[in-house]
Design a binder for this molecule. Sequence first.
Ligand SMILES: *Cc1c(COP(=O)(O)O)cnc(C)c1O
Length: 242
Amino acid sequence: MTEKSLINPRFRSIEDNLKEIRDEIAEAAEKTNRQLSDITLMAVTKTVDASLINYAIDNCEIKVIGENRVQEFLSKESELHLDSVDTHLIGHLQTNKVSTIIPKVKLIHSLDSIHLANAISKESVKQNLTTNVLIEVNIGKEESKTGFYYENALEACHEISEMPNIKINGLMAIPPMDSNNVEINTFFSNMYKLFIDIRGKKIDNINMSVLSMGMSGDYIPAILSGSNLVRIGSKIFGARVY
Ligand SMILES: *Cc1c(COP(=O)(O)O)cnc(C)c1O
């Protein structure tokens, strides 16, 4: 037990949090005939200090971290123990940051427009690399969010699959914040249907393998609906301080 937990019995360590999360993931996975190892647990590290992120990497078997903003990631990058993790970008990417970020991340979850796909493709050709992306679906058709509408996602996949040096690995979605449990389940199961549907088309140059959905508040229903990558921040590291 850490000193803090002796002083404040409500203080939970990152280990306690991750133990609970992993138990719950394993249980939900089992209900859908999968196991813990079939679900990627991403630690979302926005606003989290590099020292705490390194603690999770070094001691808690975190293998994937997700950063929201390019600028924040660059400011922490030199301090992070990145040799032992994959870094993913999960927030909206501006085209003027594409050249900086593409050599540094394994997967971009937030491919939210054809314009951005073109920029990534062009810059990836220039840098002689292939950039892996997920198509972000604006599942709740929220004006405040970017991303493709559900009914346009397949067409976007076809179009992006023709572009050089960019490869679609799957889909990502964030349901509206104010959704109730029934709505959340509908959003997630629609996403799973779309994922299976597109995967079934066997489009050239697409590897439909990742379905990224579920955050601290909804990772269990997400997994029950078929998610295989959950992005969890506050439930691991505590409430964010901006
Ligand atoms: C912040 C963030 C998360 C994690 O949110 P929590 O509710 O803290 O788990 C997941 N995905 C994206 C895209 C985020 O921006």
